[in-house]
Write a protein that binds this ligand. Sequence first.
Ligand code: SAH
Length: 397
Amino acid sequence: MSAAIYLAKGREKSLKRKHPWIFSRGIERTEGDPQLGETVDVFTHDGKWLAKAAYSPASQIRARVWSFDNVAIDRAFFIQRFQSAQMLRDDIIVRDGLTGYRLVAAESDGLPGITIDRYQNFFVCQLLSAGAEFHKQNIIDALIHCFPECSIYERSDVAVRKKEGLEERTGLLHGELPPSSVVIEENGVKISVDIIGGHKTGFYLDQRDSRQQAMKYVQDKEVLNCFSYTGGFGLYALKGGAKRVINADVSQPALDMAKFNAQLNEFDISKKRAVFLNADVFKLLREYRDQGTQFDVVIMDPPKFAESKAQLNGACRGYKDINMLAMQILRPGGTLLTYSCSGLMDQVLFQKIIADAALDANRQVKFVERFEQAADHPTDTAYPEGFYLKGFACKVM
Ligand code: SAH
């Protein structure tokens, strides 16, 4: 008999809609002393069975649902989830020619707290919930079953693990240690990924579709790619025929990799067609504005500014500031491609911030296109929180 939690009266509503989170305040009582990450049965206050979930005693999200069917949570369960995650992406992989993609997007793939990115045959896992940690061996075994050639590396060096009562952890879980450069391909662009030393799992796969869309705005243009990381948008800009691309980032290893990536694709970067600039974007934009340096296209893809609701106001100011500055350094008729990956900021709020930035910049700005996270980062209808990455193409008059 596994441990069980009984919800308070009326607290089953979100679960009936298949949302996977059970908050501590929604629980009436817990039976059987479940341990960190252990699987529990979830019941309504009057004893109707609802779900299998992972128990997380340290977190406000006290349990995360594995399944709304009464099945065992074991290796076979993870095999089945991984197979359906792969199947969901099969056509995208072929369409975009991908050798790097997100195989598992946590809650959006019915696997709370588990992110798995694939780079060639290197699978990089982030296990961010108590339940994911508890089933680590099942996850490894299931991945090996589905992808016999795989090597598995863990990049669970993410601060949210603390909320779940877990330490940060990285290291090899199976197979070969990834080399410092694993080259993947997307939309015909080659990208070198440093799995062990890079950000997150090594690369921002979620911006792939937006990078592709960005190509149509750049032909013969002078492009400023802010927060470039390892080149992402800058590489597509070169492919799209940009006259000149300035990639700016504060991370020198990322910039070195960006340059390496440009060479890998054999893009012509002679005569300073591509520049890799170590600079704080906030300062750089002010310098350009004060010097009167102008661009035709500015790409603005900053890191997440809001990690919690308490940070949302500050984040709004940050987004407004950089977007205002970007508008001020655009030539009339220029294009701003701007993104926010803060899930707490929804699309409506982000649009308002861009509107405020336009007022402060004293420019007329038109939204001409909207972007979202790439198709291998889907949003489940039951879990709208899975939609986190928004973007706009704006014409700045
Ligand atoms: N656009 C990239 C992903 C950007 S990730 C892509 O498509 O792959 C955010 C990047 O912002 C990181 O590389 C980080 O080093 C950089 N960064 C963070 N703060 C910065 C700052 N103040 N100035 C410049 N770069 C910054």
